[in-house]
Each structure stands twice: as structure tokens, then as C-alpha cells.
Design a binder for this molecule. Structure first.
Ligand code: PBG
Length: 309
């Protein structure tokens, strides 16, 4: 009765990796319980999410081919664009969120295009990201979520969407996204590891909390409707601080490495998985997140339904 923080599946977002082919449900070794799905598997996935009262998915695509500029990201019949259309057809009420980034589409694995020295060209990348966002909106995406961390992308994406008539689409900015070791399993899953160097030139330095607040403030000024702190667990202080400073909806991304750690410990019998997962998600919520992006969403929804039902 006096419990202060309650978890609900209605505040979970479930990330899904979409791959080419048909009849594909390819397990991701470093993320036990998660699979790469082909587009024809998505209707079934969507129905399952709806039955669990999970309102939203976040899509990542593994394209057929990669190139230097990541052109697979904005093709009208690209992997994510086809996935959005399939999901909207199967479950119109499911909120479809698309991740905007080039790292899954570039052959070098960086989140933008490069100059001759291998450095990311910020403004040229922003143009391609805006084009990607518009193509995702055309496919039917409800929420556009830029995760690339280029400067000025939120304003550019907002303008591009508005100019194309998509004034009604929501922007969820990965605002405080840190250059983190916790993304390791994701990069296996999405085949998006940088082929040289790292992402420290565009993602944030883990020790910098004040800079994170500035990044959130800037994204809100550029037109973000929702903001995010990512990863979640090593950054709970920043989730709390963002909650206190800003009135916008706040998302926290419980990332792949955080998921993999609990799965590995549970598989070894070292922790009680249900207890620890729900405790973890509760902690993220208690810190101040409104919504949680988590690979645990489906299992957690089942556990919550059982304990409440
Ligand atoms: C794309 C992107 C990444 C994640 C979400 N979007 C990887 C990265 O920045 O390297 C990580 C998600 C996770 O680890 O679960 N840039």
C-alpha cells in the first residue's frame, strides 16, 4: 500500500533487431533470450507485446549491404522501413520507435560519414541522419530516436520532419549518451562495432555529469520531445538529476551489457533472475525515469502480471 515506486509494462520499450530474409529467428549469443528477427516474424512479436501490455518497440536494422555513407539507412524499402510498415499493419496501436544512426549501415561502423583522415564529418552526417529520419517517418514511425550523437542533429531532424509534413512525429533524443563499454553485446547483435578507433569523438565522456545536463538542455532547446540517459545503471545519479532539472519525459536505456551481466549470472545460478531484474528496473524508475528501454521487458511484464494477478 505504501510502496513508492511501481513498475508497469506500460512504461517499457522493447528493442528489436530486424534482419533480412524470411523465417529468421537467429539467437544473439551475447544477449541470451534475444534474437534477430526477419520482417515476417514481426506480426507475431507485435501481438505478443500487445498481450503483455508493452506499448512500444524500438527498431534496429541489419541491412543487406553496407557502404561508406550508410545509404541503407534511408532507403524507402530499407530493412527498418519495411519493419515499420509490417508492424503498423499488424498492430496499429503499437508505438513504433526508430533508432536514427548510421553505424549499422556504414562499412566502417562509425555513426557518421568520415573525412580522409578517418574523422567523422559532423554536418555532412547530420544531413544524412535527417534524411534517414524522414524516410522512417514516411514508413510510419511514430517516434524518431536519434542515437548518433552528432552536434545539431535534433534541430536538423526536427526541421526536416516538419518540412516534409511530419509535424506530428515525436522526437526522443538520446541526449546523454556516454561512450560506454556496456554497448559491447549490442555491437555483436547489430554488427555495428567501429572497424577502427572508437566513439569517444561523438559520445560523452563517462565522468562528465554536468556536460550531460548541458546536452539534455541543448536537445530540448532544439526541439526534443523526450530525452534519454544511456546507459542506465552506472548513470543513475544523472537520471535523478535530469528528473529534477527538466520537465520533459525522461527515458533510461538499460543497455545490452547491463542485460548480459544479469543473464550470465542467472545462467550460472549466482543470482535469482526475477528478483534481480525487477529490483534493477525498479531502481531505474526510482531514480526518476518515466520510461525504460529494456531487453528484459517481456520477461519482466510476465513476472509483474503474475505478482499482481
Ligand atoms: C547506435 C546505438 C547503440 C546502442 C543503441 N543505439 C550502439 C553504440 O552507440 O555503439 C546501444 C544499445 C545497447 O547497448 O543496448 N549508435
Amino acid at each position: 500500500m505504501v510502496r513508492e515506486t511501481r513498475l508497469s509494462p506500460s512504461q517499457f520499450i522493447y528493442p528489436v533487431f530486424v534482419t533480412v530474409g524470411s523465417d529468421v529467428r537467429q539467437p544473439i549469443p551475447s544477449m541470451p533470450g534475444q534474437s534477430r528477427l526477419s520482417v515476417d516474424q514481426l506480426a507475431q512479436e507485435a501481438a505478443e507485446l500487445r498481450s503483455l501490455d508493452i506499448p512500444a518497440v524500438l527498431l534496429f536494422g541489419l541491412p543487406e549491404a553496407k557502404d561508406a555513407v550508410g545509404s541503407g539507412a534511408w532507403q524507402a524499402d530499407g530493412i527498418v522501413q519495411r519493419a515499420v510498415a509490417a508492424l503498423k499493419e499488424a498492430q496499429p496501436e503499437l508505438v513504433v520507435i526508430t533508432d536514427v544512426c548510421l553505424c549499422e549501415y556504414t562499412d566502417h561502423g562509425h555513426c557518421g560519414v568520415l573525412d580522409d583522415n578517418g574523422s567523422v564529418r559532423n554536418d555532412a552526417s547530420v544531413e544524412l541522419l535527417a534524411r534517414t529520419a524522414v524516410s522512417q517517418a514516411e514508413a510510419g514511425a511514430d517516434i524518431i530516436a536519434p542515437s548518433d550523437m552528432m552536434d545539431g542533429r535534433i534541430g536538423a531532424v526536427r526541421r526536416a520532419l516538419d518540412q516534409s509534413g511530419f509535424v506530428d512525429r515525436t522526437l526522443m533524443a538520446y541526449s546523454a549518451k556516454f561512450a560506454s563499454g556496456f554497448y559491447g553485446p549490442f555491437r555483436d547483435a547489430a554488427d555495428s562495432a567501429p572497424q577502427f578507433g572508437d566513439r569517444r569523438g561523438y559520445q560523452m565522456d563517462p565522468p562528465n555529469g554536468r556536460e550531460a545536463m548541458r546536452a539534455i538542455e541543448r536537445d530540448l532547446a532544439e526541439g526534443a520531445d523526450m530525452v534519454m540517459v544511456k546507459p542506465a545503471l552506472a548513470y543513475l545519479d544523472l537520471i535523478r538529476e535530469a528528473r529534477q532539472r527538466f520537465d520533459a519525459p525522461l527515458a533510461a536505456y538499460n543497455v545490452s551489457g547491463e542485460y548480459a551481466m544479469l543473464k550470465a549470472a542467472a545462467a550460472n545460478g549466482w543470482i535469482d533472475e526475477e528478483r534481480v531484474v525487477l529490483e534493477t528496473l525498479t531502481g531505474i524508475k526510482r531514480a526518476g525515469a518515466d520510461v525504460i528501454l529494456t531487453y528484459h521487458a517481456k520477461e519482466a511484464a510476465r513476472w509483474l502480471a503474475r505478482s499482481n494477478g
